[in-house]
Write a protein that binds this ligand. Sequence first.
Ligand code: BES
Ligand code: ZN
Ligand code: ZN
Length: 509
Amino acid sequence: MIKINQKFDKPLGHKTECLILPCADEKKLRGTVQTMDAALNGAITAAFEKKRFTGERNQTLLLNSTGLMKADNLLLVGVGKAKEVTPEKIRQASGIAAKVAEKSNFKSIAVFLNECCFDQIVKGKGKLYGELSEAVAEGAGLALYHFDAYKSADEKDGPPSRVTHLALIPAAKTRQTVVGKSIARAEKIISAVHSARDLISHPSNTVTPTFLAAHAKKMARKNKITCKVLGKVEMEKLGMGALLGVSRGSHEPPALIVLEYYGTSKKKSPTVIIGKGITFDTGGISLKPSANMDEMKMDMSGAAATLATLQAVSSLRIPANIIGIVPAAENMPGGSAIKPGDILQSMSGKTIEVLNTDAEGRLVLADALTYAQRYKPKEVIDLATLTGAVIAALGHQAAAVIGNNASMIARLREASDATGERVWELPLWEEFDKAVKSDIADFKNIAAPGVGAGTIMGAAFLKPFAGDQPWTHIDIAGTAWGEEKPYTTKGASGYGVRLLVRYLEQRGR
Ligand code: BES
Ligand code: ZN
Ligand code: ZN
């Protein structure tokens, strides 16, 4: 992870390989942009005039300062209209600029917290200035993630060039306290998101349920959280037939990981977060096709986000009680695997007819949701890469949220707007309930063909196990993994950590 610090300096006086300057889309240059333009003999004006740079969002222009200012190079990055700047736009611009700087082989970079993009909308408002500077740090830190645990250094060229340092330059001395706080927060959040991305990126022959449990224990020890892990024997005693059923086709033993963080009086009922932890999903006997099956190592992204959220929540000392539960198993088609038509008895006592062994996520979640009830939670959130159908509905741009409580979903929407981790609600109408009723058991794990609404069906199945308290299911199959975005790299995004941290912070207030 990059090191982030701040240093108050005059715009022309900061020595760095690359000074990044956020620029608004404005007709007339002003403030720091004007100062730098003058120092560079009108190079910025010329770029605007020739339309090589317009300040449009996420556009960049690298200028060599040829000794006219202390910084060797100036990297302009557009943020769009100054009055419409938001933390998410800044996060993206910062991510894009950081990646350009890294591709240009700079090791150490700085961002000038430019007042004409910031103070326009934050005049005197320390909190907003804080949010925007946090977005700068977060965007760059998240964008510069690399997963090279399995790469040997290139014999000829050596390791690739990496940015290792980021300095934030406040526009005024009086902003230093708030910028300092922003950096401290951003570092904790970046570190948590990166740990989620690491867990997801490691292949399934490393990240087994046992590995996830060991990781959780280590993380808990470092962060003063309690962690217990239930094994097969304990699960049998509790009657967790659904979770045990899924793990039966694999030689890897299952694990139920439980993390407890108490940030306020233990008497206050907690928020429970449950993360799907299928460390590899072959589909089981309802085997998946081989194309892209490798990506199913990401089927524990809900688990990774849950563990990372607890890490962040503890390092940020959020004043709330939060329980994390991860049902972890590997879905394999071994000789003892469950078969289509098999009936499992869940911990709740309800029976489930397994008509498709590839709809395994909802089975492990059913037992985790029942287990959650022993905490008498005030609310439950589950995070799961549950259905391919969510990609048909929302692409890779938003997770689906489905639940039984409108105000909870509204608060998740607020957290989503603030963090840029988008959610979109799908309905859980009563009519869907009967589609998961089985002819010979209480429920079946898939609806009859023709019912459609695959993502909603997942939630409709979970609903009878979720309890009466507010509950929201978040289907992250589309957002957990994908192509590169302004501040994520190809592969694991770590989606959900920032959304949940923000949600829990709002909740604590
Ligand atoms: N893990 C998959 C869902 C998934 C698909 C995650 C694509 C990430 C990318 C899940 O266990 C699954 O296989 N779901 C089935 C459900 C169906 C059998 C009702 C699906 O989406 O096809
Ligand atoms: Zn599956
Ligand atoms: Zn799955």
